[in-house]
Design a protein around this ligand. Structure first.
Ligand code: DP6
Length: 359
């Protein structure tokens, strides 16, 4: 599907005031998206596990308004008005207004809450932007009842991408690929698609325990980090490597080889941070405790032959990934040896989830 397929059709505004509510999860990338072009086009393909417990729940109330020249909306987080969220949503509305005909016809009240603790340092842009995209598509669906379910899902992902790149991978489970790649049939730079192959049973209900090493605001936002990939000395090589890794992990996810999975996923995490450290200006998002945890995971693996591994997003927190069959032993290891490195001893137990849900 091309971009123009998503453009808004001229339709009569024949819908009344109303409200719609969706929940959408976060996701954790195995092969990372880091580097993008204009209009949120990724420089390489990426793949992620959809999560189950880390979710944003958004209730969108829409009321017709007289003045149709501007966007008009208010944002609330946990019942509290959040004017500092408005610029990001204004940018999002500007980007998606070509694709949704009704944005200037309504006043929107966006009420949002997260299932994970506020300011846990967990990126909420993926869950937050995908939840808003789903709410807006509920309205679009009323205006364009002929749209197929498949098209609606694609357009929701397309809109979510324009809010935050990784958000386009949050709508479905278990594994979603975003970015054009020759071995993933139907893949696109414009939206995420379900991993199109049968996944080995080793990866069913895979576990992700998120160790909250640093709950503070990130020093460098993802958007700035992505931009630093322009003129980055290793950028082109990195984009080639990521696409190669996507091909490799496609095989691994089917054959269930956990040692190969560990090597690829940990290398991706460290390469992401290596890109940050070799940007100009350079920056480091890992904290001393991030490294302590990584070393403990390596020691535990060596001592026990466990298949536990780690990945990182653009921050200091560590995602500990492991098969469901090791749930008891790895959780015990986390409690015994890793919790000490978490801020206030906090961590979140999550696992693979199914994506969007209408409430
Ligand atoms: C490191 O999707 O947050 O988590 O498109 O600028 O909103 P924007 O960036 P964002 O970047 C996520 C980067 C990452 C890797 C990944 O999720 O693939």
């Amino acid at each position: 599907m091309e971009e123009k397929g998503f453009l808004a059709k001229i339709t009569q505004l024949n819908i009344e005031d109303g409200a719609t509510k969706w929940s959408s999860p976060s996701n954790i990338a195995l092969v990372k998206y880091w580097g993008k072009r204009e209009q949120q086009i990724p420089e390489n393909a990426s793949i992620s596990f959809t999560l189950n417990n880390c979710k944003t729940i958004t209730n969108l109330t829409y009321t017709k308004k007289e003045n149709k020249t501007d966007f008009n909306f208010d944002v609330f987080l946990d019942g509290e008005k959040k004017d500092d969220f408005k610029p990001k949503i204004e940018t999002f509305f500007n980007r998606v207004s070509k694709y949704l005909s009704f944005l200037k016809d309504f006043h929107f009240k966006i009420e949002t809450e997260n299932t994970f603790p506020h300011s846990s340092g967990i990126a909420s842009s993926a869950s937050g932007m995908s939840a808003i995209a789903a709410c807006l598509m509920s309205i679009d669906k009323q205006l364009n009842p002929e749209m197929s379910e498949d098209f609606i899902l694609k357009k929701t992902s397309f809109l979510a991408r324009l809010g935050s790149g990784s958000a386009c991978r949050s709508l479905e489970g278990d594994l979603v690929v975003w970015g054009k790649h020759e071995i993933i049939k139907g893949s696109s730079n414009l939206y995420g698609v379900n991993f199109p192959f049968e996944t080995h049973k080793n990866f069913k209900n895979y576990q992700d325990t998120i160790l909250l090493v640093d709950k503070g605001e990130k020093q460098v936002s993802s958007t700035i980090g992505h931009n630093l990939m322009h003129n980055h000395p290793f950028a082109q090589q990195r984009f080639i490597q990521a696409n190669e890794n996507l091909e490799k992990i496609t095989t691994i996810l089917q054959n269930g080889n956990l040692d190969q999975f560990i090597a690829l996923v940990e290398s991706e995490a460290l390469t992401l941070h290596a890109m940050m450290m070799t940007s100009m200006p350079y920056f480091i998002l890992m904290k001393p405790n991030t490294l302590e945890i990584i070393n403990k995971i390596w020691a535990f693996r060596k001592a026990t032959n466990s298949k536990v591994c780690f990945t990182l997003d653009a921050g200091a927190n560590v995602h500990v990934l492991y098969p469901e069959s090791e749930k008891v032993s790895v959780l015990q290891f986390i409690k015994n040896e890793l919790v000490a490195y978490c801020q206030n001893g906090h961590y979140i137990c999550d696992s693979i989830g199914k994506g969007l849900e209408q409430l």
